[in-house]
Design a binder for this molecule. Structure first.
Ligand SMILES: [Zn+2]
Length: 338
């Protein structure tokens, strides 16, 4: 019962706690109102309510305060605290005995900490349905199951917290969708941040480690057939797909994957000289490559999805139009328009 009352009062005061967010049933995160959290970092939120048995506690990772929820409430709103104390302790504590705060046996709050990104950013699948990042993903019909691989940042300038080299380099402050890159050992190597609007600077990419940025390696099964796309978002629609994030397919030479088990998917741009050169190069290196049907107007996988194709029918278009060697060359020359 006492736990229920704690949660009820957390709910009452939640609207007064900046950046308040429910992380799980018994874990809440907000900007610490005791120390003010950070004076210059407006998106810092290092205060937590977390559960130990039948009580909720408050802890701040900035000022290191560590107190029972009741104590926090008392400091925040004396009136509300009186009501809380009455409700919580009236039945369990004889009125003539002063109530003792439960002994603090502090345990670090347990929150799903996948990596540095979980600490600094919001994972898209934890955001409310009407959030602009979710709306962006819905508009592009990104599968729901993939949202846990994506993040959201309120202010792109804060991305400098990921890398010393970025300090002071980003001048704008807009929100963005963050697509993380990992190496084959699941270590974060960088991120690319997609504008949510028509910002002419569509992607801002930040390297964290001096390694190749290839999207999707953290969830890749290298023993299965591997699909390789240009854009990270396109790769989300195809099973076991990675993205080179641009047309730098040369990167693949440096990855530890079997090239005979790879299909390279370049965007459908038969009039783009650069793209044609890239495909020629891929054919020369004897990769399996998709030469899109000449009747197809859509530029990439996401366009096909938006035109009403299901991910599985897009995959079968890809598989039907995958070629290698001489056959790839013949189809490529028929396809190209430059
Ligand atoms: Zn604090």
């Amino acid at each position: 019962m006492s736990l229920y009352i704690d949660l009820k009062y957390i709910n009452y005061i939640s609207s007064r706690l900046p950046l308040f967010k429910r992380k799980s049933d018994y874990l809440f995160n907000f900007r610490c109102t005791i120390c003010g959290d950070s004076s210059n970092k407006k998106n810092k939120a290092r205060g937590y309510f977390y559960r130990v048995k039948n009580d909720m506690f408050m802890k701040c990772h900035n000022c290191s305060v560590s107190i029972h929820f009741g104590t926090f409430l008392k400091q925040t709103d004396q009136m509300l605290y009186s009501q809380y104390a009455l409700e919580r302790y009236a039945n369990v504590t004889p009125v003539n005995k002063p109530h003792k705060e439960p002994q603090l046996t502090f345990k670090e709050p347990v929150f799903e900490k996948k990596n540095l990104l979980d600490e600094l950013l919001d994972r898209v699948d934890t955001l409310p349905e009407d959030h602009p990042a979710i709306q962006f993903c819905n508009k592009r019909m990104i599968p729901k199951g993939k949202l846990s691989n994506l993040y959201y940042i309120d202010n792109i300038a804060d991305i400098e917290q990921l890398s010393e080299k970025m300090k002071g380099r980003i001048k704008s402050k807009e929100p963005r969708l963050v697509l993380p890159f990992y190496d084959d050992k699941k270590q974060l190597t960088g991120v690319t941040c997609r504008a949510l609007d028509n910002n002419p600077l569509r992607y801002i990419t930040v390297k964290i480690k001096d390694e190749l940025l290839v999207f999707g390696q953290d969830v890749l099964n290298p023993k299965d057939h591997i699909y390789v796309t240009e854009g990270p978002i396109d790769s989300l629609f195809i099973p076991n797909a990675i993205a080179v994030s641009g047309t730098g397919f040369n990167k693949l030479e440096l990855l530890p994957y079997d090239r005979t088990k790879m299909t390279i998917i370049v965007d459908n741009q038969p009039r783009n000289k650069e793209v044609c050169k890239v495909i020629e190069n891929i054919i020369e290196k004897n990769y399996n490559v998709v030469i899109w049907p000449q009747t197809q107007k859509e530029k990439d996988i996401n366009d096909l999805i938006l035109a009403g194709k299901s991910p599985s029918s897009v995959k079968s278009i890809i598989d039907k139009n995958t070629f290698q060697g001489l056959q790839a060359r013949a189809n490529f020359f028929a396809w190209k328009r430059c």
